[in-house]
Design a protein around this ligand. Structure first.
Ligand SMILES: CC(C)(COP(=O)(O)OP(=O)(O)OC[C@H]1O[C@@H](n2cnc3c(N)ncnc32)[C@H](O)[C@@H]1OP(=O)(O)O)[C@@H](O)C(=O)NCCC(=O)NCCS
Length: 244
């Protein structure tokens, strides 16, 4: 089985009304593996259950849009850093995906032949300046401090989603110190990254993008494009569209 040679990076988002969807979760059961179904049963919060099920249904649907394999046939394994990755062979092993979920939104990025990471955040969540001072790079924290109050929240989520997208594309999560790399926001040009020497990474390998999938959500995307910029296609999907 051969993955089609698609160079684009695809990002699909689903708006989720968690309280409405909890009653229809069983409709997605047939898409999930035994391991995924048992994980669903372990979530205490119904909203977490909804986000996990929709995330996996979304990832399976996207992967099957990129390669001719039934949605139920994808196998995943979890890395030592907690990242779900494909457990496939041959060309199918060249596919990459990453998931993110937050209150009211699930997002998935999928591509062939390049590592990708995505993060979505709900911008109504309560913030403290403390987070930026503790976790962001000195440059990012200083940039935030000099902004008027009204702009701080928006820019905070720009940095947050980009930083999370980068550590997720690397697959290492919080094993990468968040103050060891720093974003420069320079709209309308895409964001750029700079690294502290200890991180041993090259900005030229990376491509970043941002979008606002709903008025209340921000999305950051990281692509390890290795100097060959990829076209990014964003699509909004309805939860019902995943039920076949
Ligand atoms: C786990 C982590 C990778 C993402 O966590 P998060 O932002 O809370 O959650 P998201 O919804 O965006 O991502 C979770 C998904 O990422 C994927 N994931 C988990 N570990 C991953 C890793 N090491 N690398 C890439 N993806 C990973 C999984 O698919 C997971 O969803 P699933 O369990 O339903 O399959 C990690 O970065 C983390 O714990 N971050 C904490 C956030 C924080 O404190 N940020 C400080 C300000 S920047």
């Amino acid at each position: 089985m051969t993955a089609r040679p698609i160079g684009d990076v695809h990002v699909w988002t689903i708006e989720t009304d968690e309280s409405a969807l909890i009653d229809v979760l069983a409709a997605y059961d047939g898409l999930l593996s035994t391991e995924e179904r048992s994980r669903v049963g372990r979530f205490r919060q119904p909203a977490d259950r909804v986000r996990f099920v929709l995330g996996r249904a979304l990832a399976r649907t996207m992967l099957s849009s990129l390669a001719p394999l039934d949605r139920r046939a994808w196998r995943f394994r979890i890395t030592a850093h907690g990242q779900p990755e494909l457990d496939m062979t041959g060309d199918l092993a060249r596919l990459r995906f990453n998931l993110s979920h937050t209150h009211g939104l699930v997002a998935c990025v999928a591509a062939v032949g390049c590592d990708v990471g995505v993060d979505v955040e709900w911008m109504d969540r309560a913030l403290t300046n403390d987070i930026a001072e503790r976790f962001f790079s000195p440059h990012e924290a200083a940039e935030l401090r000099r902004l008027p109050d009204a702009e701080q929240s928006r820019v905070f989520f720009d940095y947050w989603t980009l930083k999370e997208a980068y550590i997720k594309a690397r697959g290492l999560g919080l094993a990468i110190p968040l103050d060891q790399f720093s974003f420069r926001l320079r709209p309308p040009a895409p964001p750029a990254i700079a690294f502290e020497p200890a991180l041993d990474d090259d900005p030229a390998r990376w491509q970043f993008a941002q979008t606002t999938p709903t008025p209340r959500h921000r999305l950051g995307l990281a692509i390890c494009a290795d100097g060959r910029p990829r076209r990014v296609r964003f699509d909004a999907v309805r939860p019902e569209a995943l039920i076949a």
